[in-house]
Design a protein around this ligand. Sequence first.
Ligand SMILES: Nc1ncnc2c1ncn2[C@@H]1O[C@H](COP(=O)(O)OP(=O)(O)OP(=O)(O)O)[C@@H](O)[C@H]1O
Length: 245
Amino acid sequence: MTLAVHGLCVGDLVRDVSFEIGAGERVGLIGESGSGKSLTALSIMGLLPDELRATGSVRLDGRELVGAPERELSRLRGNGLSMVFQEPMTALNPAMRVGRQVTEPLRVHGRRGRSAEEMLAAVGLPGTARAYPHQLSGGQRQRVVLAMALANEPSLLICDEPTTALDVTVQAQILALIRGSLSAEAALLFITHDLAVVASVCERVLVMLDGEIVERGSTRDVLTAPEHEYTKALLAASDLDGAAR
Ligand SMILES: Nc1ncnc2c1ncn2[C@@H]1O[C@H](COP(=O)(O)OP(=O)(O)OP(=O)(O)O)[C@@H](O)[C@H]1O
């Protein structure tokens, strides 16, 4: 699997964004609130709101996704491509038992796979198939969303601040789960504003500022010897400062 993004623009909110992610690569996308991280992810997924339009090129294994018919994109979503959002309730149906929800991607894509119980147990939630989302904690709901996102063994998982709404201990558990449950060939694009999260999950990092990628490199290089003023400021403002050096 290769994701190749070239010259991606969303109005002037995302400007000329280019990067590639290969099979098995874990890439972080960092930047302050409003820098265009989510719009970049939504462009890849074909999920931009109606009033916004992506231009440029997003190729998944050579297949162009920008401007692709909705039918083709929805076939890919939850199959080759999956996304986990910050707030798990946006992805869950409050009126459906979680067991049915985790197996939904398999049904939609006409696949057979593990049972709901097995899928939930794999994300640390044994015995919860009959629960409704409101009966679970925020961290447990995010586990359910992750089980759904992983149901069809996507070749690219995009996580958009999946732990931001969770307390620190639960954050660490969810990160460990994401690291542990992706197959070795799966690629990960991990959006966050938390440099410690990037340091623990990603080997490469892209830094966004005002809609553009202003710095990129190995996580180690970027976090220990940032070149762009913005990255330097980000690092200085983070708890990671001493820890990464
Ligand atoms: N539907 C929309 N119409 C117009 N502008 C939008 C729309 N959605 C987002 N924006 C603007 O686009 C910019 C980038 O937003 P985006 O959500 O990608 O930022 P982000 O880097 O993901 O921030 P955060 O970390 O807060 O999620 C912001 O200025 C935002 O206000």
